[in-house]
Design a protein around this ligand. Structure first.
Ligand code: NAP
Length: 333
């Protein structure tokens, strides 16, 4: 069985940047990109906040460029899903497509995926008015009306970001109580552009080639207007069990993310939400930042970072993990 210096699992901006840096360090990286390679940007249309693309670029085009750039320096990339890993002993064992591989170091960059509602027209309209990232896509909704679905901090934050561009932002939540922190709720309440719809579920998205509206089902009685929330005018037509159609231009999902870490369960430490725990290691403080609870296994991107979740921050983490792998391998040889 061939022994590799570094195997990279995942192929978003973090994985491909790690591949680029480790390839240029002559570590001949092997990348398991996955059968659905490219990560979340493959589901995006215009990307305008990744430095270097003056006029923006389509998400899939950008991922093709990152992939080719890594390949130019010798990264070997397989579009295969890793099925199991064994981090119990070094060299680590990685299994994909019925074959076993061994590696001295591993970089995990499998990312996270946004939770979707699985509505009849949802997947078809992702990137055509449906998004799960306001910092990425809010600009496309300048002077438009949008809804945000969810009741956590992300929903409040997405709504507040959207108010910089959209004319009206409505938060639709399935219960009558938010899960978000008080400070975030207060900020949303105070924003004149934000209205609220409680006890309601979006049951479908309307529109042929782009989002034109949402269908909302009210699941319980709407709360009385006594709590300083500014309710959307449509709520006057809503009662338990009713379904209304709301014409809008954009839908932002903020119902949580799921890190892609199932294959790592039991192999290294994950937090209560399944994200990989990054554990700085080394003799001196700051020696290794992108390390996990298993020495030799490094992490990069959204699979550990649930805060920034940007393509450019993921790429930055990929670079850091690659530089640290190089340093760690040198220190052992
Ligand atoms: P979250 O706290 O888990 O909230 C998810 C929201 O989506 C909940 O309100 C949930 O409703 C709703 N939801 C889930 N599934 C749904 C479905 N099928 N249909 C309709 N609604 C659904 O997730 P998050 O807001 O992404 O936050 C994740 C973590 O990051 C939290 O710890 C949060 O505090 C943190 N965060 C912090 C900030 C900040 O401090 N600035 C910003 C963003 C995130 P229910 O409430 O009914 O369950």
């Amino acid at each position: 069985m061939e022994l590799r210096k570094v195997v990279i699992i995942g192929s978003g901006p973090a994985g491909f940047t790690a591949a680029l840096y480790t390839a240029r360090a002559n570590l001949s990286p092997l990348v398991f990109a996955g059968s659905r390679w490219g990560g979340q940007l493959m589901l995006t249309t215009e990307v305008e906040n990744y430095p270097g693309f003056v006029d923006g670029i389509l998400g899939p085009d950008m991922m093709n460029i990152l992939r080719k750039q890594a390949m130019r320096f010798g990264a070997e990339i397989f579009n295969e899903d890793v099925t199991t890993v064994d981090f119990g002993h070094r060299p680590f064992k990685i299994r994909a497509s019925e074959k076993q591989y061994q590696s001295k170091a591993v970089i995990i960059a499998t990312g996270a995926e946004a939770n979707w509602l699985n509505l009849p027209n949802e997947q078809r309209l992702i990137g055509k008015g449906i998004s799960s990232c306001a910092p990425c896509d809010a600009f496309f909704f300048t002077n438009k009306k949008v809804v945000v679905i969810g009741g956590g901090d992300s929903a409040m934050e997405e709504a507040l970001t959207l108010t910089k561009f959209a004319t009206e932002v409505t938060i639709i939540h399935r219960r009558d109580k938010f899960r978000a922190s008080k400070i975030m709720i207060d900020r949303a309440k105070k924003n004149a552009k934000i209205t609220f719809i409680f006890n309601s579920e979006v049951v479908d998205v309307l529109g042929k080639d782009k989002v034109e509206g949402v269908k909302i089902k009210t699941t319980g009685d709407l709360p009385k207007q006594t709590d300083c929330f500014k309710y959307h005018p449509v709520t006057s037509k809503m009662k338990a069990g009713s379904i209304v159609e709301l014409p809008i231009d954009g839908v932002f999902l903020a119902i949580g993310h799921k890190p892609l870490t199932d294959i790592f369960k039991g192999q290294l430490d994950l937090n209560e939400n399944g994200y990989i725990i990054r554990k700085p290691q080394g003799d001196k403080p700051g020696d290794f930042q992108m390390t996990t609870t298993v020495e030799g296994v490094f992490v990069a991107g959204d699979v550990h970072d649930y805060h920034f979740r940007q393509a450019v921050t993921a790429a930055g983490y990929g670079c850091m993990a690659a530089l640290e792998v190089e340093k760690w391998l040198e220190s052992r040889e």
